[in-house]
Design a protein. Structure first.
Length: 96
């Protein structure tokens, strides 16, 4: 997925924030220990990868907004630990 993101950055540097989202999810995944939270982070990761793919293909797509909303809802369920993910997801909403 990082290849798709790198390719997209050539034409849209605003998508750098998507890389930050993936990094934030990776950091949160290192901090969770509860099996339910681990599953939640896996869902976040899948949704983020789908978001990156869709945003690089068609940034104005309604699916991008759907993925962002799901990311925000899922991250909220993790609580304070997911604050960086929420912040970045909200930032993406304003950029795309």
């Amino acid at each position: 997925m990082r290849f798709a993101l790198a390719k997209a950055l050539v034409w849209n540097p605003k998508l750098l924030v998507l890389d930050e989202l993936l990094k934030a999810i990776t950091e949160v995944s290192k901090q969770v220990t509860d099996s339910e939270d681990i599953e939640t982070v896996e869902i976040l990761s899948e949704d983020a990868n789908s978001l990156v793919k869709k945003a690089t293909d068609d940034p104005k797509s309604s699916k991008v907004k759907t993925y962002l909303k799901r990311l925000e809802e899922t991250a909220t369920s993790l609580g304070k630990i997911a604050t960086p993910i929420l912040t970045i997801a909200k930032g993406i909403s304003t950029l795309l």
